[in-house]
Design a protein around this ligand. Structure first.
Ligand SMILES: Nc1ncnc2c1ncn2[C@@H]1O[C@H](COP(=O)(O)OP(=O)(O)O)[C@@H](O)[C@H]1O
Ligand SMILES: Cc1ncsc1CCOP(=O)(O)O
Ligand SMILES: [Mg+2]
Length: 266
């Protein structure tokens, strides 16, 4: 069994409680994706309870997709609590290059040193303050164009950075890996990337190696997408098939489908 398969088996054993402060578009799918995989989602964001709740969870994910001032306060409180109690937290910087409000919010969240960051290429380039605004929530840059920005961000935060796209790239600033699995139908379902950030959080909940756990999350997700696409007629049926495939995903499928284009260490 590969390390990736072992990380998935561990997630199924522990069913981590993942607090996911995410956007209105993604909430339902992100919760169902975590449930299908075997984790326990909780979309809790009110500033009156977010600190108390963040202290109870196994992992936290923060997503700035549909941002507003009260939510920014909650995100700050949740991330501070996670740092204080030692809970891993993942940052998804949706459309961070699009507006000053998003860039300022992201800069303050980066100061709280996320355990991992997951975004598309334009978001990672923008987050590293290397330009690029993307196009709304979508990327206008290649994953390859974002690799150096990802390495710089990982060295700056001390965390792991994942750039997703046709071939995902993940680094902790030193180790690097590329995941060649996945399918072109995946970006045709809104919030599939947002949901993936929650999956990264679930894999980080109980690990000694954040780089390997993040890689295992990307591999599991992309292989589920590849398998689901075999049964899909388009984005709608793909979304349903994707949930079913995540639910049924096993180590043998991971070991059979795994396609790492490059990896320094697995
Ligand atoms: N052209 C593609 N081929 C295969 N997989 C893809 C492709 N584009 C995106 N993905 C996958 O779809 C998921 C959503 O990622 P992406 O679209 O990059 O992020 P976001 O939705 O945040 O912009 C990721 O798992 C990524 O690996
Ligand atoms: C369409 C949209 N608008 C604000 S958040 C969101 C969903 C973005 O989802 P993803 O980042 O997975 O493409
Ligand atoms: Mg996104």
């Amino acid at each position: 069994m590969s390390d990736c398969a072992a990380h998935l088996a561990r997630l199924r054993e522990t069913a981590p409680l993942v607090q996911h402060i995410t956007n209105h578009v993604a909430m339902n799918l992100a919760a169902n994706v975590l449930l299908a995989l075997g984790a326990s989602p909780a979309m809790v964001h009110a500033k009156e309870e977010v600190e108390e709740f963040a202290a109870l969870t196994d992992a936290l994910c923060i997503n700035i997709g549909t941002l507003s001032a009260p939510w920014v306060e909650s995100m700050q409180l949740a991330a501070k609590t996670a740092r204080h109690v030692g809970t891993p937290w993942v940052f998804d910087p949706v459309a961070v290059g699009a507006t000053a409000f998003r860039r300022e919010t992201a800069a303050r969240l980066l100061e709280l040193k996320p355990t991992a960051i997951r975004g598309n290429a334009s978001e990672i380039i923008a987050l590293a303050a290397q330009g690029s605004a993307g196009r709304g929530v979508d990327s206008t840059d290649s994953v390859e164009a974002a690799e150096q920005a990802a390495i710089a961000l990982a060295n700056r935060t001390g965390g792991v950075v994942a750039v997703t796209g046709p071939v995902d790239f993940v680094t902790d600033g030193k180790r690097q890996a590329k995941v060649a699995n996945g399918h072109a139908l995946m970006p045709r379902v809104t919030a599939l990337g947002c949901a993936q950030s929650g999956v990264v959080a679930a894999f980080l909940a109980d690990t000694e190696d954040n780089f390997e756990a993040t890689l295992a999350a990307l591999v599991s997700y992309a292989i589920a997408g590849e398998i689901a696409a075999q049964r899909a007629q388009g984005p709608g049926s793909f979304a349903v098939a994707f949930l079913d495939t995540l639910y049924r995903l096993d180590g043998q499928q991971i070991d059979t489908y795994l396609r790492l284009e490059m990896s320094d260490e697995i």
